[in-house]
Design a protein around this ligand. Sequence first.
Ligand SMILES: [Zn+2]
Length: 402
Amino acid sequence: MVATGLAWRGEVCAQVFEEAAQDLGRGLAAFTNGRRGGGRRVGFPRFRRRSRTAPSFRIRQKSDRGWPGIRVGEGHARSVRLPRIGVLRVREDTRRLRRLLRTGRGRVLSATVSLRAGRWVVGLTVEAADLHPAVCHRPRSEGDIGGWVGVDRGLHAFVVAVTADGDQVVREPDPPKPLFRAGGRLRRLQRTVSRKQRGSQHRRAAVARLGRAHARVRHVRQQYLHQVANTLVKTHDRLVLEDLHIRGLLRNRRLAAAISDAAWAQLDRIVCYKQQWRGGQVEHAWRWFPSTRTCSRCATVGPKLPLSQRMFVCDGCGYRADRDHNAAINLAVWGEQHHTQIRDPEVRGPVINAFRGAGSDPHPGVGETDPGDGGTPPPHPQRCGVRDVREGRCQTSQQTRL
Ligand SMILES: [Zn+2]
């Protein structure tokens, strides 16, 4: 028999093809949806060649003779068993995951195996129960508008978090800047890659070395972002972040590398979902809210501050403060004002956190608004941006969490 088409088809678990077909379906749906104006415009799905793209596949959790096909900690504590492949030894501790599965508080939905920077990685998608109430934030009463903390992200200090009263609660003065620190090494490795002959064994090895260096940058950054996000969400239940126009900021050639290295958008994303787990709130001040230029004492909006100017000095009342500190206070105040606005039943009706069951809790959820409720932001900067009620950025993750 002459094998035609995918000659290696028999070597691979059938589920891999099913999942790939699902992904293709999703890609095509997104493409047609975008063309009809139903969502973001995306390109037509591209073909993946096995030799060109980073190897990766997904296996769904299926019952295997009454047992789940994907099992954790079978035979050895640090192992994952996949159907067809068998038991794989893994490097990381699986203890908490095993406990979650054993007590029935979690369920593995799928496993994704991928090759990243020379290492095989198994990622498990797990559906888990809500966090224990003891580690969640206590629900606030109906009329409570306090407790907001403004979080200012910057390049000088990575994060400055301040309450509306001006108490600084978190300050992360020096981010690790992994890309900047690895700069020389990355440039050197990149140069060695470009000197090697295309398609050669040496070039492949050089590319792998470069990939590992980039992976290290990514890991250092991730670790730091998770630490910062954890300190924020563990200590405070109400956070206000700026809705930064990061793509616009990246147009600044001098700052683009530093801004990318800081990974502000990633911090936003991580804070959002972690806060949601704990039943807290994250609000986003609208994009043109002049948090840096506004005086936190008398609310006078001053002229634009050059980046080099670290102190904020008010023309109106002479108030002096650290630039980031002042901006963070303004964000916290914005949270209070915004909150009274959205709680007004005349305007929007009650806000219910659907994630914990409709009406189960008077505590409003993270950016829980109806898409129709979002107003359009005023075209020019305005002193307090309470007019715009943003559609919650975390809504998609809220829906996927069952
Ligand atoms: Zn002032």
